[in-house]
Design a protein around this ligand. Structure first.
Ligand SMILES: *[C@@H]1O[C@H](CO)[C@@H](O)[C@H](O)[C@H]1NC(C)=O
Ligand SMILES: *[C@@H]1O[C@H](CO)[C@@H](O)[C@H](O)[C@H]1NC(C)=O
Ligand SMILES: *[C@@H]1O[C@H](CO)[C@@H](O)[C@H](O)[C@H]1NC(C)=O
Ligand SMILES: *[C@@H]1O[C@H](CO)[C@@H](O)[C@H](O)[C@H]1NC(C)=O
Ligand SMILES: *[C@@H]1O[C@H](CO)[C@@H](O)[C@H](O)[C@H]1NC(C)=O
Ligand SMILES: *[C@@H]1O[C@H](CO)[C@@H](O)[C@H](O)[C@H]1NC(C)=O
Ligand SMILES: *[C@@H]1O[C@H](CO)[C@@H](O)[C@H](O)[C@H]1NC(C)=O
Ligand SMILES: *[C@@H]1O[C@H](CO)[C@@H](O)[C@H](O)[C@H]1NC(C)=O
Ligand SMILES: *[C@@H]1O[C@H](CO)[C@@H](O)[C@H](O)[C@H]1NC(C)=O
Ligand SMILES: *[C@@H]1O[C@H](CO)[C@@H](O)[C@H](O)[C@H]1NC(C)=O
Ligand SMILES: *[C@@H]1O[C@H](CO)[C@@H](O)[C@H](O)[C@H]1NC(C)=O
Length: 427
């Protein structure tokens, strides 16, 4: 009887807690990309400090030390939670601004309110970045607009900026929006009017001047075995009209371990369902789906999109968390670091633990810049694993203790070691 009562109590508190949007501000991995950069600015959103950190070019010295080219700017309002920041890859040195998107916290998730905001933060002073030695942090100016068409909480909000920084585009399940820099005009359209499937939740987006590619999940309904399926859409981009989906793709291979994944829970933010998209200047598109441990290469001419090839990295997770094109012809690869993670990975709520099997620096012998390259890896968590004496499930010592577990033969509880090492600059 007491057991039944306590279960009901737990369920009730869960559902009450879950209805307020109250994200963990200390988790820099949650809800979107918190860092964006181009040749002129590096910006970071720090929700736990309610500030943007902005570093101006040139990035010639350790950015932490060159404080005269650095500003910390308070968020526009303290109830704002920033999902993502973005900046045009090819903005000029006179376009010293970036974009952000977010939602107001601590309001009921299912109430229809004006809660999503889109903003631009600009540096308004007239400076020549190439020879500037100091910036005036009082010269930042906000333009923040709310989507004034009441909507419920959006668990996924994505943001992209066209390469020249002329407009920002955002997508969620309920709407898409565009923000035109010149007219400072925010426009939006209901998601039901353009997503091929109204349940589509965008997880990542990238865009060129005329088109963009968005990756996410479609909800197949409670009764399907596969709860959520990954989808990729190509759409056209204009500031003044709703996006039109021109081409779509989903994973149709059968018989692979990826095909059997149910993706249960993909409608709630979890790091393992992060996706990534990167388009290069010649219409090649990389889409990373880390829950499938796979990266897909598409080719597009702006009206059609076709799968060229794809690669997975074994039955695991994490490959495809981020993708990028090295588009600079003057970059020579002189070396790198290989890191090997092994095992199926112990899954916790939003974290996967793996054995660090090896790490190995490598260099190309003709291109050596320095003979002794010092690389220090930062370990954020070391977990002591206990191998079960009975049964085959091993136990990680930071798992919560279960009351049912009473057998003295089962497991030994051990301590968690948590430490952080200081990163040492390389070369
Ligand atoms: C950036 O813009 C300049 C002209 O504004 C152009 O010459 C250059 O090709 C562009 N680069 C990319 C990567 O789009
Ligand atoms: C910025 O500097 C340029 C060159 O020094 C000048 O032509 C321009 O008028 C200045 N703009 C403002 C707003 O002061
Ligand atoms: C920076 O460069 C601009 C244009 O090249 C020049 O007009 C200005 O005087 C320079 N400022 C400093 C502090 O050297
Ligand atoms: C917030 O942004 C608006 C512009 O949209 C600006 O007028 C206002 O001063 C900003 N407030 C703060 C506290 O930054
Ligand atoms: C949302 O914004 C619109 C336009 O400003 C306003 O008319 C409406 O009352 C707002 N709705 C809510 C629920 O705040
Ligand atoms: C927004 O989301 C709610 C809840 O999921 C849904 O009922 C509504 O139809 C959606 N509206 C649009 C325009 O997509
Ligand atoms: C701003 O956007 C609205 C809604 O899309 C549109 O009706 C209006 O013409 C736009 N204004 C400008 C100056 O672009
Ligand atoms: C779109 O979503 C609905 C509702 O969950 C689902 O039944 C349908 O199969 C989906 N369509 C596609 C093409 O996946
Ligand atoms: C893109 O390719 C398709 C199929 O080959 C073709 O029909 C279409 O006209 C092409 N679009 C452009 C803009 O080249
Ligand atoms: C770089 O390559 C050279 C030649 O292959 C090798 O002797 C050296 O140990 C390598 N250095 C590092 C840091 O890997
Ligand atoms: C893990 O636990 C065992 C047994 O208590 C201990 O001997 C070992 O030093 C621990 N390892 C780490 C890395 O804490």
């Amino acid at each position: 009887m007491t057991l039944v009562l306590s279960i009901i109590f737990v369920l009730l508190t869960r559902s009450l807690d879950g209805s307020l949007f109250d994200p963990d501000t200390s988790n820099y991995d949650a809800y979107g990309l918190k860092v964006a950069a181009n040749d002129n600015l590096i910006v970071e959103a720090l929700n736990d400090y309610q500030q943007f950190y902005i570093q101006f070019a040139p990035y010639s010295s350790n950015v932490v030390q060159s404080t005269n080219l650095f500003c910390a700017i308070d968020f526009n309002a303290s109830s704002q939670y920033i999902y993502a920041v973005a900046i045009g890859k090819n903005q000029s040195s006179s376009q010293l601004y970036f974009f952000f998107v977010g939602e107001l916290t601590n309001i009921e998730e299912d109430e229809y309110l004006n809660r999503t905001f889109v903003g631009m933060l600009s540096y308004t002073d007239n400076i020549t970045l190439s020879n500037a030695t100091v910036v005036d942090c009082d010269q930042f100016q906000y333009d923040v607009n709310y989507i004034t068409s009441p909507h419920p909480h959006q668990e996924y909000l994505t943001l992209a900026v066209d390469p020249l920084g002329l407009a920002a585009y955002g997508f969620s399940n309920n709407f898409s929006f565009s923000y035109d820099v010149e007219s400072q005009n925010l426009s939006w359209w209901p998601g039901s009017s353009f997503w091929p499937n109204s349940t589509f939740m965008p997880h990542a987006v990238d865009c060129r001047e005329e088109y963009g590619v968005v990756a996410g999940f479609v909800d197949n309904g409670q009764n399907s075995r596969i709860k959520f399926s990954p989808f990729v859409y190509l759409f056209d981009m204009t500031v003044s009209t709703a996006p039109t989906v021109l081409s779509s793709w989903t994973y149709t291979v059968t018989g692979t371990w990826q095909a059997g994944q149910t993706n249960a829970g993909a409608d709630q933010y979890a790091a393992k369902y992060d996706m990534s998209v990167a388009i290069n200047t010649i219409g090649q598109v990389l889409v990373g789906i880390q829950s499938m441990n796979s990266v897909f290469l598409f080719s597009t001419n702006g009206t059609t999109m076709t799968l060229v090839t794809w690669r997975d990295n074994g039955r695991s997770l994490g490959f495809g968390k981020g993708v990028a094109w090295l588009g600079f012809t003057d970059i020579q690869i002189i070396g790198g670091l290989r890191i090997g993670l092994s095992g199926t990975g112990e899954e916790e709520e939003d974290m996967i633990l793996k054995d660090l099997e090896f790490y190995q620096p490598f260099n190309l012998s003709d291109n050596i810049l320095a003979q002794n390259v010092e690389v220090t890896m930062q370990i954020t968590k070391v977990v002591n694993e206990t191998i079960a004496l009975i049964g085959d499930e091993s136990k990680l010592s930071d798992e919560k203790k279960s009351e049912k577990e009473t057998s003295p033969y089962d497991r030994l509880e051990q301590s968690v070691d948590e430490f952080e090492a200081f990163p040492v600059p390389t070369v």
